[in-house]
Design a protein around this ligand. Structure first.
Ligand code: ATP
Length: 270
């Protein structure tokens, strides 16, 4: 059960080139996660402790996981991902054991990047009620904090957490020596959307009339994940028409399909 709740990749194949529109976030990630892994002696010379944990926050599908994977690629590190919301649900009574297991595995496989997605599931502000489930979540968080505090940042393990609800996080998590670096990963602006579209159409056969700037303009509120879905759907429309090249019209249909679905889901959630 321990291993099935983790995703482990020896050296992910994602690089910074696969990430569109997040130049500032890439630079900050290089400084706070990559540099301590690659050149820990620089921090020693300067006489400061490198950040232990970095928190990425932003809407779903904006590239948080991609960024974490790209660091692992760049540093030849093992990428270890856990989704906090999943293991709280599935492994009642196992949360703290799992946290311990993740850190043990990271030490074994170092250099390693530990990526904890949806951390708010175990690190929401202390709940008022105290059902046994809440106490279990509490124990899981305490174990995570204990692991981070006890852990000598020797520069061979980077810890990244992600959330789209930074407002509900327990402040204990954000204290110095824990996740004390916070990087916002926003929904892309028009230029960012264009960069992301270039990445996801790189291997596609497009007709001459395809205008990525125009698609970026039309795909309002689209995340990186939405833009990827738009490219795939456009390809499916082309195939349905019996074509091997994807046209602007196919993209227009795809925008309609992907963003309508998206907006409907959002409306249902609220
Ligand atoms: P979640 O909060 O849902 O876990 P996330 O922010 O971690 O989302 P990713 O898993 O990184 O999102 O993105 C999902 C997919 O969307 C990626 O595999 C990629 O194909 C595409 N994508 C998202 N953001 C970008 C981006 N900035 N550049 C290129 N592709 C992107």
């Amino acid at each position: 059960p321990l291993v099935s709740s983790m995703e482990i990749e020896e050296k992910p194949d994602v690089t910074y080139e696969n990430i569109g529109g997040l130049e500032d976030q890439i630079r900050e990630t290089i400084e706070t996660v990559e540099l301590p892994l690659k050149n820990p002696e620089i921090f020693e010379k300067v006489g400061i402790t490198p950040p232990k944990g970095v928190l990425f926050y932003g809407s779903p599908g904006t590239g948080k996981t991609l960024l974490a994977k790209a660091v692992a690629n760049e540093t030849n590190a093992t990428f270890i991902k856990i989704v906090a919301s999943e293991f709280v649900k599935k492994y009642i009574g196992e949360g703290s054991r799992l946290v311990r297991g993740v850190f043990e595995l990271a030490k074994e496989k170092a250099p390693a990047i530990i990526f904890i997605d949806e951390i708010d599931a175990i690190a929401g502000k202390r709940l008022q009620s105290s059902t046994s489930g809440d106490r279990e979540v509490q124990r899981t968080l305490m174990q995570l904090l204990a692991e981070m505090d006890g852990f000598e940042s020797r520069g061979d393990i980077g810890i990244i957490a992600a959330t789209n609800r930074p407002d509900i996080l327990d402040p204990a998590l954000l204290r110095p020596g824990r996740f004390d670096r916070i990087i916002e990963v926003p929904v892309p602006d028009e230029e960012g959307k264009y960069e992301i579209l270039k990445i996801h159409t790189k291997n596609m056969s497009l007709t001459a009339d395809v205008d990525l700037q125009d698609i970026a303009r039309k795909a309002k509120n689209a995340s990186g994940a939405d833009l990827k879905a738009i490219c795939t759907e456009a390809g499916m429309f082309a195939i349905r028409d019996g074509n091997t090249e994807v046209s602007q019209e196919n993209f227009n249909q795809a925008i309609e399909k992907v963003l309508n679905k998206h907006n409907k889901q959002q409306a249902e959630e609220t």
